[in-house]
Design a protein around this ligand. Structure first.
Ligand SMILES: [Zn+2]
Ligand SMILES: [Zn+2]
Length: 261
């Protein structure tokens, strides 16, 4: 009669034990690291969604266009509110923002998507953008002009270091959901991050000047464009990207961000 010690030393015994250990380690991993909500760390029932239903419901959703200068809720088809004509030229786009960056859940999720590479958050952001578009009443007229969805690009070096462009992930998912064409019509020529450098918009704009280029002019000419970014703070990035697209012949631009700071 074999004892347990003998069984663990024969070949079959070892493979059984390996398999057993594998099963145990999987089970232990699930116990030690169960799928958790990306914000509140509650256990997730639906493992495909990175946020729990409670957190998703808690995010304050916007329902109107927003003034890029003062964050006022805006009527349809106005780029800025009452800041005068000279300012209007600096903001050659309608601005839509699905949420506010002050929302702690949004802030944490954007940080996780960008720096901790939680890519599964991109479809969550895309859904917020679609819900926002659906909530706009009246809808911006340019939405009926067969717009192209375009992400704000990263500089090639930054994208290589990070491994991905979070705005492109969000834009692609948004375009797929809303069934609009997606095209990376902009490239970034200068590796500058205005957010981290200075708080003054004028200095940010100066740093951004000439940051973008349109390699395929024919793809942009007379087109309506939905420009996607994760966050807008001073609007310097969106202004420069929109200015570049306008110079390349784009007709109208709707800048759509997950969160406005
Ligand atoms: Zn949660
Ligand atoms: Zn305003």
């Amino acid at each position: 009669m074999k004892n347990e010690a003998e069984e663990t030393t024969n070949a079959y015994g070892l493979s059984h034990i390996s398999f057993f250990l594998f099963r145990i380690s999987r089970y232990a991993l699930d116990i030690l690291f169960p799928p958790l909500c990306a914000y509140c760390e509650a256990y997730l029932n639906d493992e495909t969604a990175p946020l729990c239903n409670m957190c998703l419901a808690t995010i304050v959703k916007q329902t109107a266009l927003i003034c890029p200068i003062c964050n006022a809720r805006m009527a349809d088809n106005k780029n800025i509110c009452t800041h005068g004509k000279s300012k209007r030229d600096q903001y050659p786009y309608l601005l839509g923002a699905a949420t506010h960056y002050a929302d702690p859940i949004i802030r944490a999720c954007i940080h996780q998507c960008k720096y901790e590479k939680v890519h599964s958050l991109a479809p969550v952001f895309a859904t917020l953008l679609v819900e926002y578009i659906n909530a706009l009443d009246p809808k911006p007229r340019l939405l009926s002009a067969s717009p192209i969805v375009v992400p704000i690009p990263l500089h090639m070096h930054k994208e290589r270091n990070r491994g991905f462009n979070q705005s492109a992930l969000i834009a692609r998912s948004f375009a797929r959901t809303i069934q609009l064409p997606y095209d990376e019509l902009l490239i970034k020529l200068i590796d500058n991050d205005p957010q981290a450098q200075t708080k003054k918009r004028i200095a940010r704009l100066a740093r951004m000047h000439g940051a973008f280029a349109v390699p395929r002019l024919a793809a942009v000419r007379n087109k309506t464009i939905i420009l996607i970014d994760d966050v807008s703070t001073s609007g310097a990035t969106l202004s420069e990207a929109a200015r570049t697209l306008k110079q390349a012949g784009a007709k109208k631009i709707f800048a759509l961000v997950v969160a406005k700071a």
